[in-house]
Design a protein around this ligand. Structure first.
Ligand code: C2O
Ligand code: CU
Ligand code: CU
Length: 435
C-alpha cells in the first residue's frame, strides 16, 4: 500500500480536482477484505513528504504492529517501507490510518477501511460501506493548508466545509429494492467532526459498535457518531417502490448535512426476511468488576479554560505530553500515565473538565461504558466525553505493551490530549475470553 500525493475529483467533474494524499491514489484507500482468523500482510510504502506509520484502528493485535511512532515502532521515513503482519481475531468493520500528524494526514485523505467477514456471514442483499468525513476546501477546491491552527486545536478541531462519503461530496446514493435487507457499515473518518445521524423513514437495527457485535436495537432517534467510530446497521427496506428518504447529520441542527439518500427502485417488493437475529459475538475479554483496578483520568484545557497554554492546549491528568508546540510528534514524554497488569480489569472514571466534546480512544483494549441506568453498554474502542461530564468505563488489560489513549479529534490529540498506558505481563490469573 503506497501513501503518496495524488490528485482526485472530490466534488464531481464540474469542479477542479484536488491535490490530496491518498493510499493507492484512492480516498478512502483500498478496502481490505478478509475472513475472521486470517492473517493480513501489508507492505506500507511511505512516499509522502513526511514521516508516517499505519495504525489499525480497533483491531486487537500485538503491540509492535499498532503503528504508533516512537512508541511501538520507529516512524517510517519518506521513501521507506514497513511490513505489517498480524492475525485478525475479530469479525467486523475496522479501519486504518496514519498515526503521525493525523490532523494533517487524515485531513488530506489518508484513511481506509477493513472488513473482516464472519465465518458465516449474515444473509443480506447488499453490504455497503459509507466512510463519512469532511474536508476544508478553498474556492479553487484545494485543501486549505492551515493544519496547525491554534484556534481549531483549542476549539472543536478542524471542521471542514464539505462532507464526503467514500471520498465524494455527499449525499451518497443507496439504491435499494423494496423488501431487501442491506448491511450498512458506517465509519466516521473525519479528523474532528462528530455527526448525529438520522435515518428518515426507517428504523435501522444497530448490530455492531466499533466492529463488535452488540445486542441489536432499533435506531428510533438519531445517533451520535464520533471520529473513529464504526456503526454497523441492518436496514430493512420496508417502504414502497420509488420512495426516497434522506440520511441526515443533525449534530448542528442549524447546519444539517445530507449524508445519504435511500433510493427505492421501481421493482416490485421482494418478501421481507425474518427479524435479524444479531451477529455472532467476537470472543472478547469480559471485564470482571470484583477486584478491578480503579483509575481516574481528568481532561482539562482548551478554549474557555485558564489551564490552556501555548505549549499544551489540553492536559490529561495534569500533563500536556509536550505535544503543543509541535503538533506532529508523539512527544518527548513517553512515561505512561498508568501501569496495569495483564489480565486485570480496569475501571476508569474519565472526568471532562473542559467545555468541549472528546471522543477518547483506547488502543489495545475493548471497553464498555457505564450507562446512565447503571448497566454496562456494548463493547467499543472509544467513549465520547460530553462537555463538563464524566464517564466510567471498564476493560480488561489484555495484551502487554505501551498503548495510546487519545482524543480522536486529531487536533486535540496532537495538542496535548494524548498519552499512554502500560500493560505489564505480571498478572498470575489472567482473565479468560468470553465463550
Ligand atoms: Cu484511530 Cu490512535 O487511532
Ligand atoms: Cu486506534
Ligand atoms: Cu478532544
Amino acid at each position: 500500500m503506497i501513501a503518496q500525493p495524488s490528485r482526485l475529483e472530490l466534488l464531481g467533474s464540474d469542479y477542479p480536482s484536488t491535490d490530496v494524499w491518498a493510499f493507492n491514489n484512492m480516498i478512502p484507500g483500498p478496502m481490505l477484505r478478509a475472513v475472521q482468523g486470517d492473517t493480513i500482510r501489508v507492505r506500507f510504502r511511505n512516499r509522502l513528504p513526511m514521516l508516517s506509520t499505519l495504525h489499525w484502528h480497533g483491531i486487537r493485535l500485538p503491540n509492535n504492529m499498532d503503528g504508533v511512532p516512537g512508541i511501538t515502532q520507529a516512524p517510517v521515513k519518506p521513501g521507506e517501507d514497513f511490513q505489517y503482519e498480524f492475525v485478525l481475531p475479530d469479525a467486523g468493520t475496522f479501519w486504518y490510518h496514519p498515526h503521525v500528524a493525523t490532523y494533517e494526514q487524515i485531513g488530506r485523505g489518508l484513511f481506509g477501511t477493513i472488513v473482516v467477514e464472519e465465518r458465516e456471514p449474515p444473509d443480506v442483499d447488499n453490504d455497503v460501506m459509507w466512510s463519512i468525513s469532511d474536508v476544508m476546501l478553498t474556492k479553487e477546491a484545494s485543501i486549505a493548508p492551515n493544519f496547525k491552527s491554534l484556534h481549531d486545536a483549542s476549539h472543536a478541531g478542524r471542521l471542514g466545509n464539505v462532507v464526503l462519503v467514500n471520498g465524494q461530496r455527499g449525499p451518497a446514493i443507496l439504491d435499494v429494492r423494496a423488501g431487501s435487507r442491506v448491511r450498512l457499515r458506517l465509519l466516521n473518518s473525519a479528523s474532528a467532526r462528530i455527526f448525529r445521524l438520522k435515518f428518515h423513514g426507517h428504523q435501522p437495527l444497530v448490530v455492531a459498535h466499533d466492529g463488535h457485535p452488540c445486542t441489536p436495537y432499533p435506531l428510533t432517534e438519531s445517533i451520535l457518531f464520533s471520529p473513529g467510530n464504526r456503526i454497523d446497521v441492518i436496514l430493512d427496506c420496508t417502504a414502497a417502490p420509488n420512495a426516497t428518504f434522506e440520511v441526515e447529520d443533525e449534530f448542528f441542527p442549524a447546519m444539517r448535512n445530507k449524508i445519504g439518500v435511500i433510493k427505492y427502485s421501481s421493482r416490485s417488493p421482494q418478501a421481507l426476511r425474518k427479524p435479524f437475529p444479531g451477529l455472532p459475538p467476537n470472543a472478547l475479554f469480559e471485564p470482571v468488576l470484583a477486584g478491578a483496578e480503579s483509575a481516574k483520568m481528568v481532561l482539562e484545557g482548551g478554549a474557555l479554560s485558564n489551564k490552556a497554554t501555548r505549549e499544551a492546549i489540553w492536559l490529561m491528568n495534569g500533563k500536556g505530553n509536550d505535544h503543543g508546540s509541535h503538533m506532529d510528534s508523539h512527544g518527548k514524554n513517553p512515561d505512561p500515565l498508568f501501569v496495569w497488569e495483564q489480565g486485570c480489569t480496569v475501571r476508569c472514571l474519565i472526568d471532562n473538565k473542559t467545555a468541549w466534546f472528546h471522543p477518547m480512544h483506547f488502543h489495545g483494549v475493548v471497553l464498555r461504558e457505564r450507562l446512565p441506568n447503571g448497566q454496562w453498554g456494548p463493547f467499543k474502542d472509544s467513549t465520547l466525553l460530553w462537555p463538563f461530564k464524566t464517564q466510567e468505563i471498564a476493560f480488561v488489560a489484555e495484551s502487554p505493551g505501551d498503548w495510546m489513549i487519545h482524543c480522536h479529534v486529531s487536533e486535540h490529540q496532537h495538542s496535548g490530549l494524548m498519552g499512554t498506558f502500560r500493560i505489564a505481563s505480571l498478572c498470575k490469573t489472567p482473565a479468560q475470553p468470553k465463550a
